[in-house]
Design a protein around this ligand. Structure first.
Ligand code: GUN
Length: 293
């Protein structure tokens, strides 16, 4: 069994980006600038955004973090998005989700100019990705593809079973892994909450991707011997023995599944660290105008 080390892989890619930024600086080119809006004070969102800002600092990007209170109105948020849409200094920006209930997330997603949508959530980017055109690919699918590439995992002709059909993980992954590309060319089965006899499908997967958000849901009997298992889950479970007050659990019961696998991602340190890489790479593309040229 080989551990898919997302932490180490992310470090390597970050160092390569840092070098590229150094080269841009030396040539007197534009330094990539990522901006983020954080609404309210959800603990997990604060941690994620702080990680994104820290990663920007590490690679030498400029970053702007705008914190807005949870009672901000939808028009106020849309106005800020419009400002950044028109600001040539900002190459790409994100609005951290989830948003308070009184703000329509779909409206917010649609308001961001596709050229600056480094999250890859805008329908223009989703559509372009689906058609195989240059597009910003969402963070988690992008990070998983990088990990598969880095470890030289063969995907062509293999059966990939994805559990979870969210707009930002399961659905885009099902498109990316089934298209005629490398990695890709998988036969994909997309399972979800209405799938009958889930274990029937998961136990036939050469590559199993768990993205349903239910801690330790995937057990040994649901996994084929020799499978590649990628765990997207990161649920916080209260744990008073930890300084943070919680421990992170994946969707896979790691201790009983790991020995059956050819490759498996740990939680933490697997898919998580890879997601920020996507944002950095998308911002670099945005700065170099490589997607919409
Ligand atoms: N909330 C959870 N994941 C993400 C993400 O990738 N981007 C944004 N904007 N919000 C999120």
């Amino acid at each position: 069994m080989v551990l898919l080390d997302g932490k180490k892989t992310a470090e390597e890619i970050k160092n390569a980006i840092r070098q590229e930024v150094e080269d841009i600086k030396n040539r007197g080119g534009k330094i990539p600038h990522l901006a983020a809006i954080l609404v309210g004070n959800d603990g997990a969102s604060e941690t994620y955004v702080a990680g994104k800002v820290k990663a920007c600092e590490y690679v030498g990007f400029r970053s702007t973090l705008l914190k807005m209170t949870a009672d901000i109105s939808e028009p106020q948020l849309l106005e800020q998005i419009q400002k950044w849409n028109e600001d040539p200094d900002i190459d790409g920006f994100i609005v951290q989700m989830p948003l308070p209930a009184h703000i329509d997330e779909r409206k917010v997603t649609l308001a961001i100019r596709p050229e600056k949508d480094v999250d890859g959530f805008h329908p223009m980017n989703v559509g372009r990705m689906t058609l195989g055109l240059p597009a910003y690919v969402p963070a988690t699918p992008f990070g998983i593809l990088q990990l598969i590439k880095k470890y030289g995992i063969q995907t062509a002709g293999r059966h990939c079973v994805i559990v979870g059909r969210s707009n930002i993980v399961g659905t885009p992954l099902s498109i990316l892994l089934s298209r005629n590309a490398e990695p890709g060319n998988c036969t994909v089965t997309l399972c979800h909450s209405r799938t009958k006899d889930l274990a029937y499908y998961t136990s036939r997967a050469d590559i199993l991707i768990a993205a349903l958000g239910k801690p330790e849901f995937i057990t040994a009997s649901m996994v084929k011997e020799g499978a590649v298992v990628i765990d997207v889950g990161i649920t916080r479970i209260a744990d008073s023995s930890k300084k943070s007050g919680f421990t992170l659990k994946g969707d896979v019961k790691f201790n009983e599944v790991a020995h059956r696998c050819s490759y498996i991602t740990p939680v933490p340190g697997g898919v998580g660290p890879m997601t920020v890489i996507a944002l950095l790479m998308n911002t670099l593309h945005a700065c170099k105008k490589e997607i919409y040229s």
